[in-house]
Design a protein. Structure first.
Length: 322
């Protein structure tokens, strides 16, 4: 009689942002079993930032064993060494050996990678891109982060810096992005840009809209979330603003399709959720923006993990190690 194989211990996924550290225990089928959250100390010392991460991990390690720790962190970072280089929203860490420091506290493998890369891998292993070979993932929210996965592996490029699709320019005369380049898709189509376009429309003349009602009449307080809520209620101006965003995304996605020839495009993030009613239109309108003759066949789908993408992404980084 054969001895039954016990289930392997779950993986601990860690999602580090500028304001929070989210942690979760994830099984080998991609299900999040338990999770927690702690404030991140991004503007203090390197040690204070590390302590915030260790506290978050400790909140779950007291409840369960785990087989590995996978960490999503903002870039730039070196995924080969686990060193965080100089992320703008984590000023506490400059050339900080995050993987090594965490591993000194826990006797398991520790892997660190860019948050969008890791989220892309989670979608490939367990989510919306499961079964696909050539995957392009984009999270569109306050910024635009992207990840590329070929045959189940993240494409890092020569130095580990590949996949910065949010900083692909579609207008060399466009506004200057926070990265220093002109006309990046991030500066044109992420949440702040949507809010800016909405404010400009009101500045050019009074127009009745649910957007202004949500902002309680204060044009300067308009956010992209308000635009999305107004669109959901049937507001024509909100639809106009989102269609303008779609028009900006089309040349960008056309470039992506021609460069990478993906067999699926996965979108995550709050702005992507707002734009999901237009995914079919984007797919249908891609061919004029591509030389790829099969561009209209590429599925464009919403990500599976939503706000838990970082936790699942962290776990996905370690799925082959346990």
């Amino acid at each position: 009689m054969s001895t039954p194989v016990s289930n392997p211990a779950p993986i601990l996924g860690v999602d580090i942002g500028g304001t929070k550290v989210a942690v979760g225990l994830v099984d080998h089928q991609g299900k999040i079993l338990a999770q927690g959250r702690q404030p991140m100390i991004a503007n203090g010392t390197a040690e204070a930032g590390l302590e915030a991460v260790l506290t978050a991990i400790g909140s779950l390690s007291a409840k369960s064993t785990f087989s590995a720790i996978g960490i999503c962190a903002p870039g730039p970072l070196d995924p080969k060494t686990g060193i965080v280089l100089n992320p703008p929203n984590l000023p506490c860490w400059r050339n900080f050996p995050l993987a090594a420091r965490i591993q000194s506290h826990y006797s398991v493998n520790v892997v660190v990678d860019n948050d969008a890369n890791a989220a892309a891998l989670a979608e490939c292993r367990w989510g919306a891109a499961k079964g696909y070979r050539y995957v392009f993932y984009a999270t569109i929210g306050t910024g635009i982060g992207t990840g590329i996965v070929f045959d189940g592996r993240i494409y890092h490029g020569n130095t580990g810096a590949a996949g910065e699709g949010g900083h692909v320019s579609i207008d060399y005369r466009g506004p200057i992005c926070a990265c220093g380049k002109r006309g990046c898709i991030e500066i044109l189509a992420a949440g702040p840009a949507i809010a800016k376009r909405a404010r400009e429309k009101f500045a050019s003349g009074k127009r009745p809209s649910a957007i202004l009602d949500l902002a309680q009449g204060d044009v300067l307080s308009i956010t992209s979330e308000m635009v999305g809520k107004a669109y959901a209620s049937g507001d024509p101006l909100a639809k106009e603003i989102l269609l303008e965003t779609v028009a900006l995304l089309l040349p960008w996605l056309g470039n992506i399709v021609d460069l990478l020839d993906p067999d699926i495009i996965v979108m995550g993030g709050g702005v992507a959720a707002m734009l999901s009613p237009f995914f079919a239109d984007i797919k249908a309108q891609l061919p004029p923006w591509c030389v790829n003759p099969r561009a209209s066949e590429v599925p464009i789908v919403m990500a599976h993990y939503g706000s838990d993408a970082g936790i699942a992404g962290g776990a996905a980084l370690c799925a082959d190690l346990t």
